[in-house]
Structure formats: C-alpha cells, structure tokens
Design a protein around this ligand. Structure first.
Ligand SMILES: Nc1ncnc2c1ncn2[C@@H]1O[C@H](COP(=O)(O)OP(=O)(O)OP(=O)(O)O)[C@@H](O)[C@H]1O
Ligand SMILES: [Mg+2]
Length: 283
C-alpha cells in the first residue's frame, strides 16, 4: 500500500538555520500520525512544506507514490491535502453555513452556485457525517465552543474533499470535554479513511488518538513509533535525545505502516531509522 503522502529527503534552511535535515515523512490512508518534538524541532516547517506554504530546498514530494510539484497552498489543496492552523481562519460574525462555504472555488464573485438551502443541507450532512453536534447551523461561530469551532474548521476541509487533514495543536486551547470532542472527531476522520496528522505537545492526547508518532529533534526525524507498542518514556526520550534501549528500538518498529520500509531502504524513520540518523549525525 502506497502512502497518501510521502516526503523523501527534505531539506529546508532559513538563512544560516537548517530547519529540516534530510527528513522523510509519510502518511497512510486511515492512519492518524502524531508529529511531536520540542520547540524549534522543525514540525511547523515540515507541515508548511506539506501544505505548500514553503518549498523545500531539496527532496521529493509524492502523492500515491507519484512525484508531484507543490509550490503553493492551492497545489496541496488540489491534491487533497488540507491544513487546519491554530487560528482556524473562521469568520466569527458569520454563521456555520457561511463559514463552511466561504472562499470555496465553486463561486462567482464569491457568490456560491449553491442555493442557501442547498448549502444548509450540505452543512447538516457533513456535520452529521463527522458526528459534530451544533445547536443551529445558523448560529454565528463566535457563539460556539472552542471544540465546536475546531470541528467547523475540520468540516470545511471535508467539504473540500480532503484526503489528508493536518491539525496544528488542535486541543491546545481546549478544556477537557472539548478536547474529548476533538479527539473523537479525529477518530471519525480516520474511520472514514482519511490520513490525519496531529501536531501536539500534549502526549496524553497523542497516546489517546494516534496510531503512529513521528519524533523530530533539531530538524531531523529521529523516530517513528507504533503507538500500541510504545511508552510515553520512549517518546520523551526521543524528543529530548536521551538514549533508548535496544529493546525499545525494536519494539518501536511495531507492525503495520510504521514498519513499511522506504523504497531506498535507508533511514525509513522507524526505530531503526532512529539509529541510522544518530549514526549520520555523528559522522
Ligand atoms: N520563517 C522563518 N525564518 C527563519 N527561521 C525560521 C522560520 N521558520 C522557522 N525557523 C527556524 O527553524 C527552526 C524550526 O522551527 P519550527 O517553527 O519548524 O519548529 P517547531 O517544531 O514548529 O517549534 P514549535 O513547537 O515551537 O512550534 C527553528 O530554529 C526556527 O527558529
Ligand atoms: Mg511550530
């Protein structure tokens, strides 16, 4: 099975700062990937390359195993890659329906082809599909909870036929109940066969919802763990750069997509990839 998205050997510098060093990244359909790492590890830079906000200095971008060129956010959107940033980009004064259809391509002079009733019907349908409960789709989004607002931003990506959704710190500003809502929403996306990437500093959330966690440190991908066979301590060790035991390394490989080797067989970024990268750094 090919990943939906695959980056290979991506490098990115900002002046003298090398933000990404030879990074591989892959997301499979029906998989939730956690992207973790300390401040400045390169998570946002990586995601912005996936989203077409930045272009990589070198490396390949593949969709369904085929190389593509992504140099603008629209390129990524056309390939089904959607990103929900922390600011959510919603218009507070507009209602849920208007927010969902705002800025869509099926418009002329920003007026949608669809009738208001049709948009409302689609809105209710997509919210139902995602199991999102909202009092009224005609309520201004300013009146919604943080979790509901996050859900609206995600619903918008579904309306745009996303195959893969990237969420940047989706629970950072949320209370317990709202966090649970958003984690359920993520599981819902997975069950519908989407690939989901969650950037998070909250390891409890990561362990609750992801299938695999990719760890970045100092611009490198240092590990990929199958979550079922991984402990918080192992993930923390990878984030901070503490050595982990051989046992931990082999268990980190796990089964399923986490162990799928990259085509060139080098630095596939699973637990073995971790050792590989360590070796290279020392060279
Ligand atoms: N636009 C930019 N110009 C210059 N340097 C940048 C830019 N964006 C990121 N960097 C640098 O690249 C490195 C990686 O930053 P990045 O924002 O990707 O980290 P991060 O893992 O998202 O961190 P955080 O958890 O704090 O959000 C850092 O050293 C950062 O200072
Ligand atoms: Mg960041």
């Amino acid at each position: 099975m090919e990943p939906i998205l695959q980056l290979r050997g991506v490098n990115k510098s900002f002046g003298a700062v090398q933000a990404l060093r030879n990074v591989d990244f892959e997301v499979y359909a029906g998989e939730v990937v956690g992207l973790v790492g300390d401040n400045g590890a390169g998570k946002s830079t990586l995601i912005k390359i996936v989203a077409g906000v930045y272009s990589a200095d070198s490396g390949n971008y593949l969709i369904d195993g085929r190389r593509v060129s992504v140099s603008r956010p629209q390129d990524a959107n056309h390939l089904g890659i959607e990103t929900v940033y922390q600011d959510l980009a919603l218009c507070d004064n507009l209602d849920v329906v208007s927010n969902l259809f705002l800025g869509r391509e099926e418009t002329v002079n920003n007026l949608p082809f669809m009738s208001s009733n049709e948009m409302e019907r689609r809105t209710i349908e997509v919210l139902h599909q995602l199991d999102v409960k909202i009092r009224s789709v005609r309520a201004p989004v300013a009146t919604l909870s943080g979790g509901q607002r996050q859900s609206i931003a995600v619903a918008k990506t579904i309306l745009r036929n996303a195959r893969m959704v990237i969420l940047d710190e989706p629970t950072a500003a949320l209370g317990v109940a709202q966090t649970k809502q958003v984690l359920n929403l993520i599981k819902r996306l997975r069950s519908q066969g989407l690939g989901v990437v969650v950037i998070s500093h909250n390891l409890a959330d990561v362990f609750e919802v992801v299938d695999r966690v990719i760890v970045m440190r100092l611009g490198r991908r240092v590990a990929s763990f199958d979550i079922k066979s991984t402990t918080t301590e192992q993930v923390v060790a990878a984030i901070t750069g503490a050595e982990f035991s051989d046992n931990a390394d082999s268990r980190g490989g796990g089964v399923g997509p986490a162990t799928t080797p990259s085509d060139d067989g080098s630095g596939n970024g699973n637990a073995q990839g971790h050792q590989h990268e360590q070796g290279k750094r020392g060279a």
